[in-house]
Design a binder for this molecule. Structure first.
Ligand code: ZN
Length: 257
């Protein structure tokens, strides 16, 4: 005797490359207890924290109504819009724009803060892997936290590439209440659980030197997240590197900002 069995539906066709499907989310370690709310180094933040905190009020206008009385502090640095040629542009990994209504303008860069992503470690073997990871973090910051964009301005991957993240014309969302004049650079990885690759550290040092020179940022203003706020970010091994690279014998001390 046979039994009629309803055939199973055919397996779903693979998701398009551009989308972040469940399969990608599993691969990149973002389902389960980690969830999307932990994307990024600021997992202690409440999901709907806003960027417009009391120390980060929107600046009314870039334009001077009366040049004789206006402060030059409100005139944005025109070089903020210039992307260094070695940096991979944002449009290569996302079609989304910054939600300008949620963002504050960046007028000057006076400090640089280094972070890690702090999520469960994953293997990022190609630019495509990195692009998917960046988009997952961006969506988490925008959709779950209600931010204007991904929190950091630049991201360094394990292959040694530097990626444009949030455009530098906007303040970041990477150190609570301390985003004014503060460029955020994030290394992909969890450096409490793994070590940065040599290529990533070399890329970070080179990029830091270039940005310190570009914006006249002294080594004393190149800091890590945990030096500004109670957090484990950027993880033990990256913190150790940052201490060394800013020390008397480190490469950053050779920069005359
Ligand atoms: Zn951080």
């Amino acid at each position: 005797m046979t039994t009629n069995v309803t055939p199973s539906p055919p397996p779903a066709s693979p998701a398009p490359v551009q989308s972040i499907g469940r399969r990608d989310a599993i691969r990149f370690g973002l389902l389960g207890t980690a969830g999307f709310l932990l994307a990024g180094c600021q997992s202690g933040w409440k999901p709907l924290d806003r960027e417009l905190g009391p120390l980060a009020r929107p600046i009314p206008s870039f334009r001077r109504r009366n040049p004789s009385s206006a402060s030059s502090a409100l005139t944005p640095d025109p070089t903020l819009t210039q992307l260094p040629p070695s940096v991979i542009p944002r449009h290569t990994w996302t079609a989304a724009d910054t939600i300008a209504a949620r963002a504050n303008p960046m007028v000057r860069v006076r400090r640089i803060t280094v972070h890690h992503d702090g999520m469960p470690p994953v293997s990022l073997r190609s630019r495509r892997d990195v692009m998917r990871r960046l988009e997952i973090i961006r969506r988490s910051h925008v959709n779950a936290r209600g931010w204007a964009d991904i929190g950091y301005h630049f991201v360094v991957d394990p292959l040694g590439n530097v990626w444009e993240a949030r455009p530098l014309i906007y303040q970041g969302a990477h150190v609570k209440d301390q985003n004014q004049r503060n460029m955020g650079i994030m290394l992909l990885g969890n450096f409490d659980e793994q070590s940065p690759t040599r290529r990533a550290l070399a890329a970070l040092d080179s990029f830091l030197i270039a940005q310190m020179t570009r914006f006249a940022v002294p080594v004393a203003e190149v800091v890590t997240h945990q030096e500004l706020a109670p957090t484990a970010c950027p993880g033990r091994s990256l913190q150790q590197h940052m201490v060394q690279t800013r020390s008397f014998s480190g490469v950053l001390t050779a920069v005359h900002a």
